[in-house]
Design a binder for this molecule. Sequence first.
Ligand SMILES: *Cc1c(COP(=O)(O)O)cnc(C)c1O
Length: 451
Amino acid sequence: MSNFEKLSRQDPHVYEAIMNELKRQREGLEMIPSENFTSQAVLEAMGSILTNKYSEGYPTHRYYGGNQFIDVVEKLAQDRAKALFKVAHVNVQPYSGSPANLAIYMAVCKPGDTIMGQNLPDGGHLTHGFKTSLTGQIFNSVPYHVKPDGYLDVEEAARLAKEHKPKLIWIGATAYTRPLPFKEFAGIAEDCGAYLAADVSHISGLIAAGAHESPVDYVDIVMTTTHKTLRGPRGAMIMVTEKGLKKDPDLANKIDKTIFPGMQGGPHNHITAGIAIALAEASTPAFKEYGQQIVKNARALGESLKRRNIKLVTGGTDNHMLLIDLTPFGSGLGVFVQDALDRANITVNKNTIPKDPAPPFYPSGIRLGTPALTTRGMKEPEMDEIGGLIADVVDETMRILPSRQLPEDKNTRQAMIREFKEQLPANKRLEEVRQKVLKLCGRFPLYPGMA
Ligand SMILES: *Cc1c(COP(=O)(O)O)cnc(C)c1O
């Protein structure tokens, strides 16, 4: 399947785009912390004929005939998830993380109910009640924050929960580099009678590897995407814990009914197969080592950056992710550093930092992580080198920027970004970094034998 023989002849346009993307993945340092490289076995399952089948319902309770083999696949995914994460119940059908979260809301809340989640500019996810997400419009969202030192403000969350009596509390983040305080949040949820849902999308692979504490003993519901550190296909799972069933014996049933028929139609069976395979991979000793190495790599990268005077939110990391704070250089500079790193084949994303002085679309931080590089086999010595390369790019960005302040006026701002971008292709220092990146990538082949 992986040589694209049929596709290259039938549709050269799509084929060419896929080949270009494969080359981009091979020749760059993929450092967006929510991305990873799934195994070829998972890719084969995703490219399989399972995509042809409709199977609305759940194993042995389907609305269509001919599902005996689909049932085998979905049961394998369920059993493996339950064994790996030690949960009472799992639904492997959510199309992705965002709809899975919406299903959790609709299973335990009514529109207008009060909910609490980590504020988006403080590292929380859109779907935890941010104002531009439907979840912030359907529900009465009371966000909690991080302290000036970047750590979660547990005391504020406790105070807000007491005052607002939310129906549902989220613990989980998309830009947070420290352990999630599951136990403390369990106390907060119990005190106000709220359901507690852990969204471990970013860290579920670390949890599987024992590199981050599991929320399972502390929360009622666990949601994870399957394509981040867990290294499976794009998808999601909703798990219900023993604790959740004790609080609400009907909770598993409510979740299942909200996913189907409440929100979705037919499950994506080719994805379910990929999830089953990824879960088996995540149960191996090799994956334990992988998860531990992700964290060691993130720490090594952090140390390397700090040696070059690059400031990190909270001063470092305990997981797979780092947040660079660019405010010592100026305000709203994330976009420039992201573009300059792109020019050097280093892929990261600009990100808000706590108390960001600039607006969310022009934030003052850079979010980066080590899951994908660790999958390629890179270790501490490479992280050390990469930290130096990133610092070189930051230095060069500051050298060529005409101003350290992002202009307030929209047209002036866009002109500055455009002019900055236009000069990047000719920049010799960035080209030197790119050459070093190419050399490094060449030592860690990605998908050898594919195409
Ligand atoms: C990625 C992520 C999601 C959303 O997942 P999608 O598959 O992109 O919809 C939800 N919550 C958290 C914490 C995430 O990191």
